[in-house]
Ligand binder design. Structure first.
Ligand code: HEM
Ligand code: MG
Length: 231
């Protein structure tokens, strides 16, 4: 294994994204979490998850706005609230609490306990988790931001964890793989996970996104102007 799991040391930066933290913990991204740019991210996502550049590259481009350096950013920079980072996350607390970065088992319990009675998550459970997490934030966070943008990003992220840890065509992902991914930020190779043979791209993510979004029973908060992210 030329990409062993090594948890971060005291000088290594990590951030609010379990997908990128995991890539850094396996050395697909720089283990120190620094000097990231679009091409470093696109290569790491391809090598680690078989994720192609069409959607991944948009996220990486947006993240370039989180640092003052126009050419690079760190895993810590991407916590910038209102860039990609948003409220009602599935594994992190809202910005208003003071920690929108670190894994939070209490927040994560909604996802962990989803789909009772079976050993997998799917687009139905992912939609339900988003619905519950938004209800929790709505009840507790007077600064909650819930526009089309946050809804879009949250649904993409759910499609990301189902695709990276499970079957990107069906959107079915074993619970233990997903839980190890979030809790340990580790690829569950020892437990039987394999990098998808099917590339993860807009063709596969699109249907999962639509299914998750539909089943999250989302209601629009305040409106806002959309920023075009790609042609
Ligand atoms: C959040 C997975 C790529 C930035 C998330 C979440 C997941 C995820 C599942 C939701 C965490 C939660 O709600 O608690 C992935 C996977 C990726 C990937 C599998 C494939 C490589 C990226 C890229 C960027 C990015 C390229 C930008 C450079 C973020 C940020 C968050 C996030 C800032 C925090 C959003 C929030 O929950 O408030 N990611 N991600 N991710 N991701 Fe990623
Ligand atoms: Mg968040």
């Amino acid at each position: 294994d030329d990409h062993p799991y090594i948890p971060p040391g005291p000088n290594d930066l990590r951030g609010p994204c379990p997908g990128l933290n995991t890539l850094a913990n396996h050395g697909y991204l720089p283990r120190d979490g620094r000097n990231l740019n679009v091409s470093v991210i696109v290569d790491a996502g391809f090598n680690g998850y078989h994720m192609e550049a069409d959607i991944l590259g948009i996220a990486a481009k947006v993240a370039t706005l989180t640092s003052r350096d126009p050419l690079s950013f760190t895993l810590d920079d991407i916590k910038l609230h209102g860039n990609i980072e948003h409220d009602a996350s599935v594994s992190r607390a809202d910005f208003i609490t003071g920690d929108n970065v670190h894994f939070n088992e209490t927040i994560f319990s909604v996802l962990a306990n989803a789909n009772p009675g079976v050993d997998f998550y799917n687009t139905t459970s992912a939609g339900q988790v988003q619905h519950t997490r938004l209800a929790q934030s709505t009840a507790t966070n007077p600064n909650l931001t819930n526009t089309d943008k946050e809804f879009f990003i949250r649904s993409v992220e759910s499609a990301f964890y189902l695709s990276a840890m499970g079957d990107p065509v069906t959107g079915v992902a074993p619970k233990n793989f997903v839980q190890i991914f979030f809790r340990e930020e580790r690829l569950p190779i020892a437990e039987g996970w394999k990098r998808s043979e099917v590339p993860i791209n807009s063709d596969t993510l699109g249907p999962l996104f639509n299914s998750i979004a539909a089943q999250s029973n989302w209601t629009r908060g305040e409106g806002c102007h959309w920023v075009m992210l790609s042609p």
